[in-house]
Design a protein around this ligand. Sequence first.
Ligand code: ADP
Ligand code: ASP
Ligand code: MG
Length: 241
Amino acid sequence: MLIVKKFGGTSLMDAQRIITAARRAVDAAAQGNQVIVVVSAQGHTTDQMVKSAGAITQIPSEREMDAYLASGEQMSAGLMAMAIQSLGQKAVSLTGWQAGLLTDSVHGNARVTGLTNHRIKEELEKGNIVVVTGFQGINAAGDITTLGRGGSDTTAVALAAFLKADICRIYTDVDGVYDKDPRKFSDAVRFEQIGYADMLTLARQGAQVLHDRCVELAMEYGVKIRVLSSFRPGPGTLVSE
Ligand code: ADP
Ligand code: ASP
Ligand code: MG
């Protein structure tokens, strides 16, 4: 099977969590699967970067903001590849542009339009776990773009769609998709399974657990998503037809 696993910021907060996430990827590879790992920036890195830019200028160039913000994911990807290697498994990290993830030119909220090279496939065939930076791509002019806050989910689903992965697993800090935010409402109920249309409605209403564009892409390409906790075992929620 080809599996895409995406780890969000809280799942990569510190070295221990990165190693835990790396172990999940290595276990999946040891079972004979090809594995792509998509990473977000660690913890609240992106928020801090937005603040740092704000201390320089209130009207940053959108192009430079993207060039800057994309580096948070690049740090995570390097660390994740090192963690996987330290567990004895081959791994390589790729940025959005190295992976060939093409987008339009709307800096700060770019839409994924395609995958322009075969680098990920080639690295998988060499026996690597391929770690790809979430949240970023490259436009036709060769400039770095970002996909909007929370956009690493969309990177994961886009890669799953274009490379025809069997499943896209999204690891986060809650154990699935609920009818409302489980951090705010103690009576929230977890879905075992949810259809694309209902998930899209939840995402558009602001349920942060999945980026709305990742749900749109999943629906268009029929990508099965399983939302899981990074921290505790459980079935999570299947997002599918
Ligand atoms: P990550 O950093 O892993 O991408 P996010 O913070 O983007 O994680 O998304 C997970 C958060 O989404 C949870 O901590 C939860 O508070 C919030 N959330 C909002 N609505 C929902 C919902 N309906 N079901 C699950 N989580 C939700
Ligand atoms: N790091 C980016 C953000 O904080 C992307 C993501 O986490 O999905 O919005
Ligand atoms: Mg998120």
